[in-house]
Write a protein that binds this ligand. Structure first.
Ligand code: AMP
Length: 427
């Protein structure tokens, strides 16, 4: 028997949570004027090397790379931003008359990481990207979009941690400061960190091996290396967040594990212990250089991504979120030969009008069909036998009210609609 690959899983019982999240994503995205974009699950490997960064854990250790039959180097996407930026450039979306240009995505990402609680090899993300403005109000609005999404799914106990890396000058200054700080301890750090020290010092800060080393725990704060302009920019982002009443914690340890970030970076951390060490449910920031770096015109941009699995895990344990009752509206219970085509015709008509129906396909007994109606959580059962066919009627059982009546088929649709509407109002 085949088994699923390590680090992957089937979404079966939890699908309702994903549907609820996806519904909120589409709904909130419209409010913030984001359009959906769907990019391929695989891209040229080079795209991720040039954007996420050679020295990041994601690219150096976690990508699913392969050579396809045409001898191309291909990578399953480990994150969404690189593909969206590639699409933005390739489709000349920067020429759009709309400004800023805002896109959101939903879909699977792939990282060859050690599977553990809250960490799988295929996971799903919802992300948003806004292009064409370096205004701090756009950073704040992007964060507001993320916060509004969390509110729409009623996920509480999430804290926004925020920091700034600044632009090129500030980042260069910080790298210098960090190198000076780390240098005396270099011999105690892992081989990767010693290489990062030369090639990309910032990545030392997200090393998993040396995370507890004093030199890393007490690393200097990037905010202290910001130029005056970059400090002002960060203060403005905070001012706009304040204006919207969005709470945050300034977190000097936050640098984010991808190379393309500049200026404001942030993460959403769950306060609950449910996720163990993987408390981050999402993160994002500005990436003003990436579009140009990947061959497009210089275009400032900012975005975020949430991990859906971790969110689902939190929702499942939350008292604030209740999944809508799953089940069908009507089970058509049939007895006798004539009832079958009659029931199928009726179901077809009702379904066209928006009623969710099921019926028997196994010639089961009446008792067994009643059991089926219960397994399907049917709100109503329509019993159809010879007599009903003769009289163009059904015997309708209301499973909630525990009542039963004979109804002409001509009235069935209206009656079902009315009662379902009533249910909705009462819910
Ligand atoms: P990142 O792109 O690493 O900043 O990830 C953004 C979000 O995606 C994280 O906050 C997690 O919620 C989620 N995520 C990242 N990697 C994984 C993984 N291996 N398994 C499950 N969720 C993940």
């Amino acid at each position: 028997m085949f088994q699923k690959m390590k680090g992957t899983y089937d979404i079966i019982n939890d699908i309702g949570y994903y549907h609820a999240i996806e519904k909120a994503v589409h709904n909130i995205s419209r409010r913030f004027n984001y359009e959906e974009i769907r990019t391929p699950h695989f891209e040229a490997s080079e795209l991720f090397h040039r954007s996420v960064g050679e020295e990041t854990d994601i690219v150096s250790k976690e990508t699913y790379d392969f050579t396809d039959r045409g001898d191309r180097d291909v990578t399953l996407r480990p994150e969404g931003t690189a593909g969206v930026v590639r699409a933005y450039i390739e489709n000349k979306l920067y020429a759009s008359k709309k400004s800023p240009q805002k896109y959101y995505y939903l879909g699977s990402m792939f990282r060859y990481d050690r599977p553990q609680k809250g960490r799988t090899r295929e996971f799903r993300q919802f992300g948003g990207e806004a292009f064409g403005s370096d205004h701090p109000a756009l950073d704040a609005e992007t964060i507001a979009y993320a916060v509004m999404f969390l509110r729409a799914i009623k996920l509480k106990g999430v804290n926004l941690h925020i920091n700034s890396l600044g632009g090129d000058e500030s980042k260069a200054q910080y790298e210098k400061t960090l190198k000076a700080h780390v240098k005396p301890h270099l011999g105690e750090l892992c081989e990767d960190c010693r290489r990062r020290y030369e090639e990309n010092p910032l990545r030392i800060l997200d090393c998993k091996v040396d995370a507890d080393h004093e030199a890393i725990k007490n690393a200097p704060n990037p905010i202290e290396s910001l130029t005056d302009d970059d400090t002002e920019n960060f203060q403005n982002v905070l001012m706009y967040l304040d204006a919207m009443g969005i709470d945050y914690t300034i977190d000097s340890t936050l640098v984010r594990g991808l190379d393309y970030y500049t200026h404001t970076v942030y993460e959403f951390l769950a306060s609950s212990e449910l996720l163990g060490a993987q408390r981050s449910i999402g993160g994002g920031g500005r990436y003003d250089k990436l579009v140009e770096q990947l061959g497009g015109p210089a275009t400032p941009a900012t975005g975020f991504a949430f991990g859906l699995e971790r969110i689902v895990h939190l929702l499942k344990h939350s008292d604030d979120f209740t999944l809508k009752q799953q089940g069908i509206h009507l089970y058509l219970l049939t007895m006798g030969e004539r009832a079958k085509p009659y029931a199928l015709r009726l179901a077809h008509k009702l379904r066209a009008g928006g009623i969710n129906c099921e019926t028997d396909f196994l010639e089961k007994s009446m008792k067994a069909q009643f059991k089926q109606s219960a397994h399907n959580k049917a709100r109503f059962v329509a019993i159809i036998g010879d007599e009903e066919v003769e009289e163009a009627a059904v015997t309708l059982k209301d499973q909630r009210e525990k009542s039963e009546e004979t109804i002409s088929v001509n009235h069935l649709y209206e009656i079902l609609r009315q009662r379902l509407r009533h249910d909705k109002k009462g819910a």
